[in-house]
Design a protein around this ligand. Structure first.
Ligand code: CLF
Ligand code: SF4
Length: 311
């Protein structure tokens, strides 16, 4: 019998991982940390769009307020922390299986204090809810203790490269300590902070997922290295998200099914691979891809169109 190739092993690991719960404590209780289709369908999440600004500038990101687009970075409106608590109260009545409150934008949740203030207030009122945050990680080393103290237990960090030169093509500039950093210097600072923040979060007991935007010709050769580095830092799962070409990367083509499969196989050598992502809006509510309570919660119908920036 011939030896299976490394890629075949990784593909097998990916299929096996999809069948068995990778996080038994979260299976059926958190849609994005459930690794079976049954578990994914059980629990709903509420995204609270409380974070207006961002501290980095991704070349593919076009944040917006509208009712039409189905992608991260978009919300119909911004909520204050007080409005977010009132929204959660209504959602608790409307959504019977609401189990997770997440903050994922429309900017970066750690670029301002709004997300942490919101988490503190929600955790005090509904300690049974799982709190989840998705960040670019720049401020993670400084704010991860605050997140943990606020009751956040699941964390997503968007890591698109672990090579400063590659990163400089994805995020050409960042704001750091009241200065603007450009190019490779910006890339190095962002990557260092992401890996240090992930390690600190892991030591605090958070369960960590990575979102990686698969960008043809820029980071598509590099997914395995990203997965290896974040796994070493303490991440447990990776979500490889195909680019929707927009903004400064609108000239690129969307990754094909084969491109996505190859990237996920490379990642699966190091981490569980998440495959149910719906590229949610920053104000989504329901089970991703299955139920949508946006109309009931906000009183308006949001017509979703598939576009995308980050996760
Ligand atoms: Fe929201 Fe993200 Fe938490 Fe899930 S979404 S902050 S981990 S509760 Fe989930 Fe939506 Fe994909 Fe995000 S399906 S975009 S991975
Ligand atoms: Fe900021 Fe996220 Fe947009 Fe990047 S994709 S600029 S981290 S909001």
């Amino acid at each position: 019998m011939s030896e299976p190739t490394a890629n075949a092993c990784a593909a097998h690991a990916m299929r096996t991982a999809a069948m068995a719960p990778a996080f038994p404590d979260l299976e059926g209780k958190h849609p994005c940390f459930s690794t079976t289709a049954e578990g994914h369908a059980k629990a709903a999440r509420l995204h609270l769009p409380v974070s207006p600004g961002c501290n980095i500038a991704c070349a593919f990101c076009r944040r917006d307020f509208n009712r039409v687009e189905q992608r991260p970075g978009v919300a119909a409106r911004l909520l204050s922390p007080g409005e977010a608590v009132a929204t959660t109260e209504r959602a608790m009545r409307l959504v019977p299986n609401l189990a997770v409150v997440g903050i994922a934008g429309p900017g970066d949740p750690l670029a301002s204090d709004h997300a942490i203030e919101t988490f503190v207030r929600i955790h005090a009122r509904w300690p049974e809810l799982t709190l989840c945050v998705s960040t670019n990680g720049l401020m993670l080393p400084e704010r991860v203790n605050d997140l943990a103290a606020a009751g956040v237990t699941t964390l997503t960090v968007t890591v698109n490269s672990v090579d400063p030169e590659v990163q400089s093509r994805i995020t050409p500039k960042i704001a750091w300590k009241r200065r603007r950093l450009n190019g490779v210097e910006a890339g190095r600072r962002l990557i260092d902070n992401q890996l240090a923040g992930i390690a600190r979060a892991a030591s605090l007991g958070l369960t960590i997922k990575i979102n990686t935007v698969l960008i043809p010709t820029i980071n598509d050769h590099h997914i395995g290295e990203i997965a290896a580095a974040v796994a070493e830092a303490g991440a447990r799962m990776i979500n490889v998200i195909p680019l929707i070409p927009e903004h400064q990367l609108s000239h690129l083509t969307e990754p094909s099914f084969i491109d996505r499969h190859k990237a996920r196989v490379a990642a699966a050598k190091h981490l569980k691979v998440f495959t149910h992502c719906q590229r949610c809006r920053a104000d989504a509510v329901g089970v991703p891809g299955l139920t949508d309570f946006t109309k009931e919660l906000y009183g308006d119908d949001i017509r979703a169109e598939p576009t995308f920036s980050h996760g």
